[in-house]
Design a protein around this ligand. Structure first.
Ligand SMILES: [Zn+2]
Length: 365
């Protein structure tokens, strides 16, 4: 009896404490959508805003800046940066969700799966490329696409949309870029719907999971891309939102980075505008749902891009310059909307993305 009185008193004390601490209800999102613009620095966003007039990223109220250095280098690559965002820990360039000293780092996708949330990855590159791969694969080198494809196949991720079927079909197949004879597409087809064309997407019925790989390696550039990134984003949300426990979705605009590497301003702008359209779809969903956290950030800036002249009236950037064809160490912006969004404000490090998401997922347990 004394014990029960003690527990009763304890619960009174703790409920008093928690109501004092939680004057504002705890901000734990049911759903999380993370958009990553690969190579998307502030000049890239500024150029897209000049050309489009208004961007969906302007709808965010919570904005911060993130440092992006990796464990090994001041200037990160996509693998180390995606690892920081996917796990909350730094690693060396080229490594995917393994620490610099070789330990497997648990990813936000793996935490979400433990919470019975639906999970998804969408990219305009091969789905085995560094950024999406870091969310499910644990390998020493981002170049091991065949191994990454195997780990993706075994990952149990509910929605995978992007390019890269060449890594999922046996080396004897004409389109294969695998190193062995494994047929991973056939393995995936045992448990989920697998599609490879826009027509199949158009005629798709009700599904609870989906693998859509629409090119041998990377998807075409934005103007020729069918289905578009926003269409893929919309489909992913539609499928994942069926899970009553919520979902975690990562969407990457992979090719902003490639425009930067090629010092091609128009390529950068068109890819950024394509990602921004997808961000609008994520925000529309979050605004109506009110339980969804939307985060937009970049893994690093690419090209040392600067705008020198242009016209707001004519919606044109007439003079710009890239200082290099590689990544830079400048801080990248982070935008957030929904429950937990204020935790992304201010200046931080890119590990903040992974650490915050993991904290939200643990609070859900
Ligand atoms: Zn790059």
């Amino acid at each position: 009896m004394r014990f029960f009185i003690f527990v009763f008193l304890l619960s009174l004390v703790s409920s008093g404490l928690s109501s004092a601490v939680n004057a504002v209800p705890p901000a734990t999102p049911k759903n999380i959508i993370l958009f990553i613009g690969d190579g998307m620095g502030l000049s890239q966003i500024s150029a897209a805003k000049i050309v489009s007039g208004q961007l969906n990223v302007e709808r965010f109220k919570h904005i911060g800046l993130l440092t992006t250095h990796s464990y090994s280098d001041l200037v990160t690559d996509s693998a180390a940066s995606a690892t920081a965002m996917a796990t909350g820990y730094k690693t060396s360039n080229k490594m995917l969700s393994i620490s610099a000293d070789g330990k497997v780092l648990k990813t936000v996708i793996e935490y979400a799966q433990e919470n019975n949330k639906a999970t998804g990855l969408v990219a305009t590159s091969s789905i085995t490329h560094a950024t999406p791969a870091a969310f499910v694969a644990h390998v020493n080198s981002r170049k091991e696409h065949s191994l990454i494809a195997e780990q993706i196949t075994q990952s149990g991720v509910d929605v995978l949309l992007g390019g890269g079927w060449g890594y999922f079909v046996p080396s004897t197949t004409a389109d294969s870029i695998r190193w062995d004879n494994k047929n991973l597409l056939a393995q995936l087809a045992l448990t989920t719907t697998v599609i490879q064309t826009e027509q199949e997407l158009n005629s798709l019925g009700e599904v609870n999971s989906l693998v859509g790989l629409f090119s041998v390696q990377h998807l075409p550039k934005a103007a020729q891309r069918k289905p578009s990134l926003s269409r893929l984003t919309k489909k992913a949300i539609e499928i994942l939102a069926k899970n009553s426990n919520g979902f975690l979705l990562m969407v990457e605009g992979s090719q902003i980075d490639w425009g930067g590497h090629e010092n091609d301003q128009d390529y950068v702008i068109s890819e950024l505008m394509d990602l921004d359209k997808s961000i609008g779809i994520g925000l529309d969903f979050a605004e109506s749902d009110q339980q969804t956290l939307v985060i937009v950030t970049a893994d690093h800036e690419t090209g040392g891009f600067a705008i020198h002249d242009g016209s707001l009236q004519d919606k044109q950037v007439t003079a710009s310059e890239f200082t290099r064809t590689k990544h830079t160490a400048t801080m990248v912006p982070v935008f957030a909307y929904g429950p937990g969004a204020s935790d992304f404000s201010g200046i931080g490090d890119n590990t903040r993305i992974g650490k915050n998401i993991i904290r939200f997922l643990k609070a859900n347990e």
